[in-house]
Design a binder for this molecule. Structure first.
Ligand SMILES: NC(=O)c1ccc[n+]([C@@H]2O[C@H](COP(=O)([O-])OP(=O)(O)OC[C@H]3O[C@@H](n4cnc5c(N)ncnc54)[C@H](OP(=O)(O)O)[C@@H]3O)[C@@H](O)[C@H]2O)c1
Length: 269
């Protein structure tokens, strides 16, 4: 299938691991020029750079920091010109669940600052780049979560940050067309996916069993399950008339197991 990514310039945040790293590898394999952003360490991006010295630029960015995000796009423009596609993928999740009445304001603000404000900043400076470099096509893809659709008890910070992306999605799809007439904004919502973010939880067999009970396809996703949807939505050739849409990649999951059979026993009629 022709994704038509040759000569396209893609920015991917959170690119040093998991879904972001897989996305960078696939965009490069499809011929794109990629600005890959890392936060704490570039990890395997350094090796990937050896394979694609002409088409991969690796940049350190904390998406919470507006001046760093602005600089990212300035540097990206200098190295590869107009940014045509941005994948706002960077995200965090606290590993221990905390009930809302015990959640610290620091936890709430930290999660929101990366997962929602960070996405806003990337969208803002991506759009500013579109204004500076006129062109018809542009694509912005957010990486959300099923937690933003169906909630996740004990993770209200995370679920709220991801639900907020829908507001950005439905608004920015109507703004981008004033900067790029065929510009599009879409959202990919992964369910449980094996990455460094979840390797702790997914190494617990009992936890995986509970998760599997909610997934018709009875599989935890791999990063490539998610990046196939990201690449589809990023491609003007494949998804050129798709905007304001959410693709959920979660094996059909639509709810969560809340109780074990022991916990419901006493309520049985
Ligand atoms: N794995 C899942 O089951 C799952 C499910 C639903 C949604 N998601 C979403 O998918 C996206 C990718 O996550 P993943 O599963 O691939 O996890 P991951 O491997 O932990 O990747 C997250 C990336 O975000 C980066 N990041 C964190 N804080 C940042 C900051 N302040 N500025 C810039 N980058 C930052 C991390 O870099 P450092 O490590 O260097 O900080 C890391 O590269 C996230 O938005 C996540 O919420 C994942």
């Amino acid at each position: 299938m022709n994704t038509a990514f040759q000569n396209k310039h893609v920015v991917v945040t959170g690119a040093s691991s998991g879904i972001g790293f897989d996305a960078v590898s696939r965009f490069l394999a499809e011929g794109a020029k990629v600005t890959a952003c890392y936060n704490s360490a570039p990890r395997e991006l350094t090796t990937l750079k050896d394979s694609y010295p002409e088409r991969l630029n690796v940049v350190k960015v904390d998406v919470r920091n507006e001046s760093e995000v602005a600089l990212l796009f300035t540097e990206a423009n200098t190295v590869f010109g107009r940014v045509d596609i941005t994948v706002a993928n960077a995200g965090i999740a606290f590993h221990e669940g905390v009930a809302v009445h015990e959640m610290s304001i620091e936890q709430w603000q930290k999660t929101l600052s990366v997962n929602l404000t960070g996405v806003f900043l990337c969208a803002k400076h991506f759009f500013a780049n579109l204004k500076k470099y006129p062109g018809d096509d542009a694509s912005l893809v957010f990486v959300g979560s099923t937690a933003g659709e169906i909630g996740q008890a004990l993770f209200c910070d995370y679920s709220t940050s991801k639900a907020g992306l829908r507001g950005l999605l439905m608004t920015l799809k109507n703004e981008i067309i004033h900067l790029a007439v065929r510009g599009r904004v879409n959202l990919v919502n992964p369910g449980w996916t094996i990455t460094p973010m979840t390797e702790g939880e997914l190494s617990d067999k009992a936890m995986v069993s509970r998760i599997m009970q909610t997934i018709p396809l009875r599989k935890v996703a791999t990063p490539s399950d998610i990046t196939h949807a990201i690449l589809y939505l990023s491609s003007d050739k494949l998804a050129g008339h798709v905007s304001g849409q959410t693709i959920t990649v979660a094996g059909g999951m639509e709810g969560r197991v809340l109780f074990s059979s022991d916990e419901v026993e006493e309520y049985m009629q």
